[in-house]
Design a binder for this molecule. Structure first.
Ligand code: 5GP
Length: 196
């Protein structure tokens, strides 16, 4: 199966507000940022992805729906993903959203998925996050406890993703300081809501 959207018609599900995509290379702090955003803004609804990756030591049970390949593939066949991809040998996918009316969807996904969502929903707002430096990015990637060969793969993948993401992005934010970055992203979100 090749990554993309499910085989069902490209239906985002029930009427939704804005779609804010937070993407960026590995080790940039996307997860921490989106958690801070949804804590601060009750109108944001964070989509929980499915993955076939093993749960990391210390990773919360709610970080993903952790599943096996067969279940993931059944969901693809049933048209249950807005987008999905194969990232370094594991599946990751966004279930077709079912947000509460009046809320804006936040997707924290890699670049390939961001591209698929932008194709389906050109109005989706893509905020691409960059690391403050390569050193800091490497430090974060190493700090997750993955074996060294996985870290090297992820570093290379991060370098490959960056130029593609920069081309697609509506906004680019450098995550040099969490508080400042989240503030900047809240401003971007507020700006789009005002234009509506
Ligand atoms: P990790 O294994 O570090 O949790 O995630 C690997 C990459 O997959 C990250 O860039 C993360 O943003 C991305 N990712 C997480 N969920 C999804 C998803 O549902 N779809 C896509 N396309 N990427 C995802």
């Amino acid at each position: 199966m090749s990554p993309g959207t499910s085989h069902a018609p490209a239906d985002p599900g029930p009427a939704h507000g804005f779609i804010f995509i937070v993407s960026g290379p590995g080790g940039v702090g996307k997860g921490t940022i989106v958690n801070a955003l949804v804590q601060r803004d009750q109108r944001l609804w964070l989509s929980r992805s499915w993955t076939t990756r093993a749960q990391r030591h210390g990773e919360s049970d709610g970080a993903y729906v952790f599943t096996d390949r067969a279940s993931f593939e059944s969901r693809i066949a049933a048209g249950g993903f807005l987008e999905w991809t194969d990232f370094l040998g594991n599946y990751y996918g966004t279930p077709t959203p079912d947000p509460v009316a009046g809320r804006d969807v936040v997707l924290e996904i890699e670049v390939n998925g961001a591209m698929h969502v932008k194709k389906l929903h050109p109005e989706a707002v893509l905020i691409f996050v960059l690391p403050p430096s390569r050193d800091e990015q490497q430090r974060r990637l190493r700090g997750r406890g993955d074996p060294e060969d996985r870290v090297a793969e992820r570093l290379q993948k991060a370098l490959d993703e960056e130029p593609v993401g920069l081309q697609l992005a509506n906004h680019v934010v450098v995550n040099d300081d969490l508080e400042r970055t989240v503030g900047e992203m809240m401003q971007i979100i507020g700006h789009h809501r005002m234009l509506d």
